[in-house]
Design a protein around this ligand. Structure first.
Ligand code: MRU
Length: 352
């Protein structure tokens, strides 16, 4: 039986007014950390994808809000609440699709509104404690998702995953990455097929790095090889993360996910999505209502700074797509598993 796997790096770390982020734009070549001291710096790190992945963005934003309060601890609670509104707007303007960002900002603002703290120092202390709690909570949630999801995996599983929904995309352990980690621990994951995930290459740069470090067998493929791998029977199950799940179960995730879901259905391969409750957006009725981030043309016209397409060519670059609920065999959350394709509703997860 393979030994239990622990991530041995930290996606985010906070101490003494500084949020340290492993710089995901520099991996796998360099393992360097970026230090953020202000909410503006945190917002810029999210925008530039130094930190990325829905739950990790949420936790980073929570610390950004806490830092906005801590830097103004000499002000009154009312003045701090006003500063938090501005900080929240700034952080929210960075990336539109991952709902965890807005969920985390709102949770911090709500805590500030509800607080009875007599002074700024006390309020700032409460907010920092809440951000740290959200950080710890995210790791625990990922472990729960991982263990639940591992139960769905076939024996001797060959898992295909897309983008990075691992420890790097969360406060630790990962969602889809957590299912893979728990599955490997339980002897159920024999091999992980990792899509390179054009154009930002989260699969090649991040997932391949993260899983290899943990001794999990990884085979990297280009995105256009997934169909052939499934046709050849090399893939037993697909597990991905999510950036936002609409109330009807439609799933927004990294561009390319929808294609994999269609392929999985064609080849009779189960398609699973792993995500925390904070990724479910009951206020957004269907996938059509999910805002899809469009990123720069240059990200597509270049690879690693090297031009691969004419400078002037027109580009369409949606960073996410939407997989209809009917193609999602199971959504794994910390509250349980919903068989969306079989017609089960997300309502089964709601409640306190
Ligand atoms: O653009 P990114 O790298 O932030 O996109 C990340 C993804 O699409 C992940 O699959 C998703 O956030 C789930 S992370 C646990």
């Amino acid at each position: 039986m393979p030994k239990h796997i622990e991530g041995n790096f930290h996606t985010l770390e906070y101490g003494e007014g500084v949020l340290r982020l492993i710089d995901q734009t520099r991996l796998p070549g360099e393992e360097v950390y970026l230090e953020c001291r202000t909410e503006e710096e945190v917002a810029e790190a999210i925008r530039a994808m130094v930190v990325r992945g829905a739950p990790a963005i949420g936790v980073a934003a929570a610390y950004g809000m806490a830092m906005a309060a801590a830097r103004r601890a000499d002000l009154s609670p009312e003045e701090i609440r006003a500063a938090l509104d501005a900080a929240g707007e700034r952080l929210a303007a960075t990336r539109p699709t991952a709902v965890n960002l807005f969920w985390a900002i709102e949770r911090m603002r709500e805590a500030a509104r509800a607080s009875g703290a007599a002074g700024g120092e006390a309020l700032a202390g409460e907010l920092l404690a809440l951000a740290a709690e959200m950080h710890r909570e995210d790791v625990a949630i990922c472990r729960r998702i991982g263990d639940l999801g591992a139960g769905l995996l076939p024996e001797e599983g060959q898992v295909l995953t897309h983008c990075n929904a691992g420890a790097l995309a969360t406060a630790g352990y990962g969602t889809a990455g957590g299912v893979i980690r728990s599955g490997f621990r339980d002897g159920k994951v024999k091999r992980v097929w990792v899509d390179e995930t054009r154009p930002f290459l989260q699969g090649a740069r991040l997932t391949a790095w993260e899983l290899s470090r943990d001794g999990i067998p990884v085979t990297l493929i280009a995105d256009n090889m997934a169909a052939f791998c499934m046709q050849q029977g090399r893939v037993g199950v697909v597990v991905v993360g999510a950036d936002r799940v609409a109330a009807n179960g439609d799933v927004a995730n990294k561009i390319g996910t929808y294609g994999l879901a269609v392929l999985a259905r064609e080849h009779g391969v189960p398609f699973y999505v792993a995500a925390p409750m904070s990724t479910i957006d009951f206020k957004t009725p269907t996938g059509e209502d999910i805002p899809i981030e469009e990123r720069s043309a240059e990200e597509l016209r270049t690879i690693g700074g090297r031009r691969i397409a004419p400078e002037e060519v027109e580009v369409f670059h949606p960073a996410f797509d939407v997989t209809p609920a009917r193609l999602v065999d199971a959504l794994v959350t910390e509250r349980g598993v919903v068989r969306l394709a079989a017609g089960e509703s997300l309502e089964t997860l709601s409640g306190p």
